[in-house]
Design a protein around this ligand. Sequence first.
Ligand code: 5GP
Ligand code: MG
Length: 178
Amino acid sequence: MSNIQLHGKSFEIFLPEALIQEKIAALASEINTAYAGKKPLFIAVLNGSFMFASDLFKSISIEAEICFIKLASYKGTTSTGQVITAIGLDVDLTNRHIIVLEDIIDTGKTLHTFLPQLHNQQPASLKIGVLLHKPDATVFEVPIDYCCFSIPNKFVLGYGLDYDGYGRNSRDIYKLAE
Ligand code: 5GP
Ligand code: MG
C-alpha cells in the first residue's frame, strides 16, 4: 500500500479497507436495531457514496429500500460549493423514515442546501449518515446523525471518492501527501 499518483499529485494511505469495513458493519448494526419494523428508505447521494451505500446496504438485515440521487458536482481539491438539482428522486417520502447517505461532509453546503427539499415532503423522520466528516471545514450546519470517521481538513480519495474523476476504485482511502 504505497503512495499513489494522480494528476501529478501524491496520495498516501489514510484509512485502510479493513477499518472502513469495520465501521460500516457497526453502523449497519446500529441502524438494524434502530429501524426494525420502520422500513427505512436510504437515499444515497451519487457519485461519491456508491461504495459506502453498497457495503452498508449489504449489511442491512431489516426490510429497507434504497434509491440513488445525483446532486452536486465537485472539481479539484477544494469544494466548489456548486449544487445542482436532485436527479432521480422518484419515491414518495411522505411518512417514510429517511436516511440520507453521503460520502463526505466538507463545507456542508451540499446537504445544508438540499435537506429542506426533503423536509418539504414531510417524511416521518430524516437522518443523515456519512462516511467521512471534516469538522474543521464545515461552515454550513448539517445535523449528522451517523458518522463513520471524523477526519482532518485534507483532501481524500478512494472508496468511491474521486480526484477529478479518478481514484474511486481504490478499496482504501488515501489523503493528499504533505
Ligand atoms: P460539501 O462541501 O458540500 O460538504 O461537500 C460537497 C461534496 O464535495 C462532497 O459530497 C464530496 O463529493 C466532495 N468532497 C468534499 N471533500 C472532498 C474530499 O476531500 N475528497 C473528495 N474526493 N471529494 C470531496
Ligand atoms: Mg458527495
